[in-house]
Design a protein around this ligand. Sequence first.
Ligand SMILES: NC(=O)c1ccc[n+]([C@@H]2O[C@H](COP(=O)([O-])OP(=O)(O)OC[C@H]3O[C@@H](n4cnc5c(N)ncnc54)[C@H](O)[C@@H]3O)[C@@H](O)[C@H]2O)c1
Length: 324
Amino acid sequence: MNLLVTGGAGYIGSHFVREALKKGHNVVVFDNLSRGSKESIPAEIEFRQVDLCNKEALQNEIKQFDIDCVVHFAAFAYVGESVESPSLYYNNNVVGSLNLITACVENKIDNFIFSSTCSLYGNPNKVPITESESIKPINPYAFTKYFIEQILVDYSRAYNLKYAALRYFNAAGADPEGDIGEKHDPETHLIPIVLKNALDNSRPFFIFGDDYDTEDGTCIRDYIHIIDLADAHLRAIDYIVDQKKSLILNLGTGNGYSVLEIIRKVEEITGRNLNYKISGRREGDPAILVADNKNANKVLGWQPKFDLTAIISSAWTWHKNPKF
Ligand SMILES: NC(=O)c1ccc[n+]([C@@H]2O[C@H](COP(=O)([O-])OP(=O)(O)OC[C@H]3O[C@@H](n4cnc5c(N)ncnc54)[C@H](O)[C@@H]3O)[C@@H](O)[C@H]2O)c1
C-alpha cells in the first residue's frame, strides 16, 4: 500500500516507517522537523518538509501522491508544555490534524490511523483500563487528542472515511538494530531519563511521589515497545482497509511497572549506579495506568512480543551509542 506517514521523523513515526518498509509498503513522510530528526528517516524514501498547519502547502503536497492510508503521528506531546502554552497545542495538534483530515476527504483518501493516548482517560475509575472507560482529559494535550478522535468519529459518519484511533500507553524501547531510538528534547519519559543517568549520574533525577496507593508507593505505568506499537499499526491498516470499519483500541501490554521497578531493572541491565531523589507528587499523575488490551488482541490478533528487559536493553543500546 502507499502510506503517508506524518511525524515520520519523530520517535514512534521513524520506527513505524522502518517496519512498514519491511512489510513492503511504499512510504512518504511529511514532517516539519520541529521536533524530529531527518537522520531517522531512511534515505531511500520520499520526504517532504511540510507543516500540517500550512493548509495550502499540505494540499499541494498531498495531491502529488496516490495515498491509500495516512498514518498520523505528527503532534506536540509534552503535557507540561500544553498546560503552559495551550494555544500552541490546540493550533498544532487540532488545527494541523483537521487540515490533514480535510485534505484526506477532499483527495478521497479513505483510511486514517491516528496516534491517540491513554491520557484521554485522565484518572481512570478502573484499572486495567478498557476502551469503554469514561473519557476525562485533565490537560490540554489530552483534550487535543480527544477533539481529534471526535472529529474522526463525525467525519467517518458523514464521509467515506475509516479510521483507527490507537490509544497508546507508554511507548518505550528502540530499534533492536540500534540505528534509531528515542530522542526528545527535553526528555520527559522515565526510561530514557533513567538511562541517561546511568551514563552520567553527576546530577540526580527525581521520582515524583512515593506515597501513592501502590505496593512501593511509586506510580505504575504500562510500557510498550515501539516495534510492538508499529506491528499493531500495520494490523490496524489492514483491518480498516479490508473490513471497511473504524476502530478505537488501547495499545499497551497489560503489565504495569512502578518507577522503582524500572530503576531496579535499569540498574540490573546497565550494571551502573543511579543517582535519584524523591520529590513531591506532580499534579495530574494518576497512580496506575495499565491497559486492558483484550480488544486489540481479539480484533487485530495482536500480542506484544517485547518484555520489559527487551524494552530497556534496546533503549540502552541506543543511548550508549546514539547515531544522531
Ligand atoms: N511517546 C509516547 O509515549 C506517546 C504516548 C501516547 C501518544 N503518543 C503520540 O504519538 C505520536 C508520536 O509521538 P512521539 O513520541 O514519536 O513524538 P515526537 O515528538 O518524537 O514526534 C512527533 C513528530 O511530529 C512532527 N510534527 C509535530 N508537529 C508537526 C506539524 N504541525 N507538521 C508536521 N510535522 C509535525 C515533529 O517534528 C516530530 O518529528 C504523537 O502524536 C503523540 O501524541 C505518544
